[in-house]
Design a protein. Structure first.
Length: 335
């Protein structure tokens, strides 16, 4: 913890995670019970750094006035009880309120105001899992600023109420979230897994994961089947990881991702997170595999393709992908 001008300030770092068995759907949104159990990799080189400190009404007033002078959009910054900066930019009331609600899980009441400054080292909200690192970072910062000493498991349980996927960022290199027990824990494997993100589009997604999965759960004709099959996928993935069988882990990663996206294609109205480049990239990965390379794709709530590989092949494969794509290369992190 840092002391700035005699004021306590905390600084934390948290990592993004990408699922190889996807969480898609909520059985009970209030209790945050997911429809599917999930497994993810926690990524060393995709992270959020967050600073947090206590502030007062005057600090908020000054920050908002400064913002309004430069932007002329007074309404957007009304009624803020905290300050939230994302990559250096003050966020408006709507965005700030989402984070304020997360801080509420730690503070007595809103008279304890905070300033949160967050930087992501990756594009925000393009399905690159910045929400998993972002929310888990806020939870970690709150734990320190409010002097709580919750365990990683307890923090993960709190974090799921901010964003389901963020709960898995408290464990690594491989983490699971079990829908039946509610537990979030590390999954053992000797495989040294890694990922290469093919950044095909850095724009913000149009349909958030939250809204997307809700529509699928309510309307997709394939949703029940997805939930059933996903239960089998979860069991098998844990088995393949324990057996260190990368080919089976990779094959199932692809199958599970395609099944998740099938719930999206069969929603009413149907939609898609993919674009032309997504399909091309999937083909590119498949072709590489046909030529003997060990790599598999997965996609989340956005068009970008993430390539699962072994750490030992990371350099070679990154060399191949970077000729064609903008990439983010990441090993997994042991937490
Ligand atoms: C996952 N995703 O397992 C899945 C796959 C995106 C696609 O978890 O509503 O932002 O806050 O719990 O955590 C992203 O969903 O959704 C996500 P909420 P969240 O990684």
């Amino acid at each position: 913890n840092l002391i700035k001008k005699g004021v306590k300030m905390v600084k934390v770092k948290s990592y993004a995670n990408i699922a190889i068995v996807k969480y898609w759907g909520k059985k009970d949104a209030e209790k945050m019970i997911p429809s599917t159990s999930s497994i993810s990799l926690t990524l060393n080189d995709m992270f959020t750094e967050t600073e947090m400190e206590f502030i007062n009404d005057e600090d908020i007033k000054i920050a908002v006035e400064k913002e309004i002078k430069s932007e002329n959009c007074k309404d957007k910054f009304g009624d803020m009880t905290d300050l939230f900066y994302l990559n250096g930019e003050l966020q408006d009331s709507v965005h700030t309120e989402k984070i304020s609600k997360v801080v509420d899980l730690f503070r007595k009441n809103r008279s304890q105001k905070v300033k949160i400054s967050t930087t992501n080292n990756m594009p925000t909200a393009a399905g690159l899992s910045s929400s998993s690192s972002g929310l888990s970072a806020v939870i970690k910062a709150c734990n320190e600023l409010f002097g709580k000493s919750y365990t990683q498991s307890e923090l993960a349980q709190i974090s799921k109420f901010g964003s389901g996927s963020s709960s898995r960022s408290f464990f690594g290199p491989v983490a699971a979230w079990d829908k039946d027990t509610g537990e979030i824990y590390e999954v053992k494997t000797d495989l040294r897994l890694a990922m290469i993100v093919l950044v095909l589009n850095e724009n913000k997604k149009e349909i958030s994961s939250r809204n997307g999965m809700e529509l699928c759960a309510k309307t997709s004709t394939y949703f029940d089947e997805w939930v059933k099959q996903s239960e089998i996928d979860f069991i098998n993935m844990k088995k393949y990881l324990a057996e260190n069988d990368f080919e089976k882990v990779g094959t199932l990663t692809e199958e599970n991702a395609l099944r998740m996206h099938k719930t999206i294609e069969t929603a009413n109205p149907p939609f898609t997170y993919f674009n032309e480049k997504t399909y091309e990239a999937m083909d590119f990965v498949k072709n590489l595999r046909n030529n003997g390379e060990k790599c598999y794709f997965t996609m989340d709530a956005g068009p970008n393709v993430k390539v699962l590989c072994l750490e030992e092949d990371l350099e070679k494969l990154a060399g191949i992908f970077e000729e064609k794509y903008k990439i983010i290369v990441s090993k997994t992190v042991k937490l």
